[in-house]
Design a protein around this ligand. Structure first.
Ligand code: HEM
Length: 435
């Protein structure tokens, strides 16, 4: 039977090419897999939700059909649970993709020959976030409606062409009748297709170029691929990981409710949700918007350059551009083979920590309105404080990281010298002295 199939379908070739692929045994390589599993869970639960969701703003008993259908899903057996699983998987996907990106960054896995996969990965991250945002607006409750208003204003703020782009993206003016079905198309067709295509490219390139090897592989067999084959050793490891992840998502979903549509109620043009915030991974953009000085707005050749344009498009664009440029900073002519220890590259490590610090400060700035309300700071001091913190804290984090890494390095060197001189490290000496 095997031979019969092989003569026709050349399955053994597939086996040699893909199923024997060696996977490095190191937990940090699970991050990409967790991201991938989240995508699969999202697609499966998304299909289930699409069976009962109605992408329409037509009024049914005085509320939009989309809103009514989400209330109906909540009342179905496992309906609310399916929404929760979908929601938590989305958060885990973004979180896993971000940590996966940092793993690639800190271990230098973006270097030649993997630059293209870094860029494809960045696209994956951007499309993942876009998919999440387009999903947020589908329940058509007052939160979704207010969110749509914010996205519309941001799109509309592009000088000269913002109006036409917003009309195309929102199927007319906002609020309009076609917006929910338009965003439904983005969320369930366009963006998932892009995500699947981009993920396939990401995986094929990874298989072609092979994983970077963990450092222990160099000691086992220098410049040889060390790892366990996909079939059969890596497959059970992946299944266990998937089950663990599914268990954690189910636990979260069982105990922590998500976006309560009934609390927000149907869209209310006159009473948008006050002080609205996006999910955690976009709060930093709200931070930039909150502290961007309105005096920097201007008009040029009939085009308006306002706070929304700078805060939500230009600054995030610059940050994404810098992230895209990461592989260009390395000018090595040789292919990179082994994952590097982050502490061996203190400047890269420090720059990464400084970047995280900046994102953290901007995310706190996203809560400016709440901080003002709680009287933690006064309204005239808030912007200067956040601007100073956005500059000072990342610089401080950069030098603190360099200092700590150098300190650890000199301690290690001292240990090595001690071992060389006395045959054992300082710690042991101190210990025996205590004895
Ligand atoms: C959002 C969806 C993403 C998925 C589903 C995904 C999936 C994966 C998987 C399964 C691997 C192999 C296992 C591993 O190395 O962890 C991998 C490797 C890789 N990913 Fe991603 N990834 C995503 C996003 C990203 C991002 C945001 C970046 C960076 C900007 C990135 C860059 C890379 C690179 C360079 C490799 C090769 C790493 C190596 O050989 O060590 N990926 N990805």
């Amino acid at each position: 039977m095997n031979q019969w199939l092989d003569d026709r379908l050349h399955i053994s070739r597939l086996n040699d090419k893909f199923l024997r692929k060696a996977f490095p045994v190191h937990h940090s390589f699970f991050l990409g897999e967790i991201t991938l599993f989240s995508l699969i869970i999202l697609i499966l639960t998304g299909i289930l939700l699409a069976l009962s969701y109605e992408p329409s703003t037509q009024l049914v008993n005085g509320v939009p059909a989309a809103y009514a259908s989400v209330l109906r899903i909540n009342s179905l057996p496992f309906g609310d649970m399916t929404r929760r699983i979908h929601h938590w998987s989305a958060n885990i996907m973004v979180a896993a993709a971000v940590v996966h990106m940092f793993r690639i960054y800190f271990s230098g896995a973006f270097k030649r020959p993997r630059e293209v996969n870094w860029w494809i990965g960045m696209l994956l991250l951007i499309f993942t976030v876009l998919t999440a945002v387009t999903g947020y607006v589908l329940p058509d409750d007052n939160f979704a409606f207010t969110t749509l208003g914010v996205i519309y204003n941001i799109t509309h703020s592009i000088p000269w062409i913002g109006d036409i782009i917003a009309k195309i993206a929102f199927a007319g003016d906002f609020p309009g009748q076609g917006v929910i079905s338009r965003f439904y198309g983005y969320h369930i067709m366009l963006l998932p297709l892009i995500l699947l295509g981009t993920t396939a490219a990401h995986m094929l390139i990874m298989i072609k170029q092979k994983h970077t090897q963990p450092m222990y592989a160099a000691k086992l067999a220098y410049k040889k691929i060390v790892g366990v084959p996909l079939s059969t050793q890596q497959t059970p490891i992946m299944i266990i990981l998937l089950l663990l992840q599914a268990g954690i998502i189910l636990l979260f979903s069982a105990f922590i409710p998500v976006h309560p549509v009934e609390v927000f109620g149907p869209p209310d043009v006159l009473n948008p949700v006050a002080n609205i915030k996006p999910d955690w991974y976009l709060v930093w953009i709200f931070g930039v918007l909150a502290i961007w000085p309105p005096q920097l707005s201007f008009t040029f050749a009939g085009g308006e350059f306002n706070t929304e344009f700078f805060g939500a498009l230009v600054i995030p664009g610059v940050i994404i551009g810098l992230m895209m440029a990461v592989p260009l900073l390395d000018r090595a002519k040789e292919n990179m083979y082994y994952a590097e220890a982050p502490t061996e590259h203190p400047k890269r490590l420090a720059a990464g920590i400084a970047f995280c610090t900046l994102m953290l400060v901007l995310s706190v700035a996203g809560y400016k309105a709440d901080l003002l309300q709680a009287k933690v700071m006064s309204s005239d001091m808030a912007n200067p404080i956040f601007w100073v913190l956005s500059v000072v804290l990342p610089i401080a984090a950069y030098f603190a990281t360099l200092g700590i890494v150098r300190g650890i390095k000199s301690l290690r060197e001292a240990d090595a010298r001690e071992t060389l001189a006395h045959g054992h490290p300082t710690e042991t000496t101190a210990h025996s002295a205590d004895d």
